[in-house]
Write a protein that binds this ligand. Structure first.
Ligand code: IPD
Length: 297
């Protein structure tokens, strides 16, 4: 295949940095022009659209033969051709954490993924308010700020690990009460699962905390560093997870498709378009051990 992954990786990093600058510059505008998408919590600002337009134009002028899938291009109905297929495809969320952005909660990022044969081979996530850039390409490892190799957390994930765990899950945007897939019940069972793990004897247990950041991309970065041991969300789109996929994988973690108990059915591996994701961090001791152990729980 005629693609130079390193070149694409370097280009994605430079685009993410430029996009991040726009996000920071425009964040002081308290009158974000907010539009609603599917419901009142599913929002888009003019900044999302502007940044996506910038990234899209830059990519397509350098790589005119590549496909582009962006959250806002898709949402505005400009393309129906959004599923990731075998062609070289850029999958972009110009602003992951739009609700955070509008509320001035700094957990926001730009997320740029590149896929071949339906799998992410390059991923770059830049969180400008954290001054953190997470990046990976197939076979090249996973990196924080281009110099620090991930994961940072080296303790194996096991019931005995003295460190304890942080679980993370997102509430998503769909508040509707479907008989077969009640999101609230799933989130509740995820939190229950966290409470279950060794905590019933009153001594505190293994799970030190449950977090919900409001940015699926950043959740995945924190799984890659090892700050988060497990992340779960139902209902993500391709652009929420595309870049994060390879950042987790190259850091030795695993992304699978599963619901929290009692309806756990692990159907690995997850792919772009699974919509339902469970990510488990890796450790430097043995890349595959933590995933196996967690699935047995
Ligand atoms: C959303 C965030 C949120 C997640 C949603 C995403 P957006 O992306 O990642 O954490 O729960 O599923 O759609 O709209 O802020 O780019």
């Amino acid at each position: 295949l005629d693609v130079d992954l390193k070149e694409i990786y370097d280009f994605a990093i430079s685009l993410a940095k430029q996009a991040g600058e726009i996000l920071v510059k425009e964040s002081s505008n308290r009158n974000h022009n907010i539009k609603l998408k599917k419901n009142t919590v599913d929002i888009v600002t003019e900044t999302d659209e502007r940044v996506e337009q910038f990234i899209k134009t830059s990519i397509l002028s350098k790589y005119p033969n590549h496909k582009f899938i962006g959250e806002e291009t898709y949402s505005s109905g400009q393309t129906r051709d959004y599923l990731v297929d075998d062609s070289p495809t850029w999958v972009v969320d110009p602003l992951d954490g739009t609700v955070n952005y509008v509320h001035l909660f700094p957990m926001i990022c730009v997320s740029i993924g590149f896929t071949i044969n339906g799998k992410t081979v390059v991923g770059v996530i830049y969180a400008p308010f954290l001054n953190q850039i997470y990046s990976a390409y197939k076979g090249g490892g996973s990196w924080l700020n281009e110099t620090t190799k991930l994961p940072l957390q080296e303790t194996p994930l096991s019931q005995e690990a003295p460190k304890g765990c942080i679980f993370s899950c997102e509430w998503g945007k769909d508040r509707k009460d479907y008989p077969d897939s009640n999101l609230h019940k799933k989130v509740e069972s995820f939190v229950n699962m966290a409470a279950e793990i060794g905590g019933r004897d009153g001594k505190g247990g293994m799970v030190h905390g449950v977090r919900s950041l409001g940015s699926a991309s950043l959740d995945l970065c924190f799984v890659a560093t090892g700050a988060f041991d497990i992340w779960w969300e139902a209902g993500c789109w391709e652009w929420d997870v595309c870049a994060g996929f390879i950042i987790v994988e190259e850091a030795g973690g695993l992304i699978t498709t599963a619901n929290p108990p009692p309806n756990t059915e692990v159907i690995p591996p997850a792919h772009l378009g699974s919509r339902l994701y469970l990510a488990i961090r890796g450790c430097t001791d043995n890349e595959h051990e933590p995933a196996q152990k967690s699935q047995e729980r």
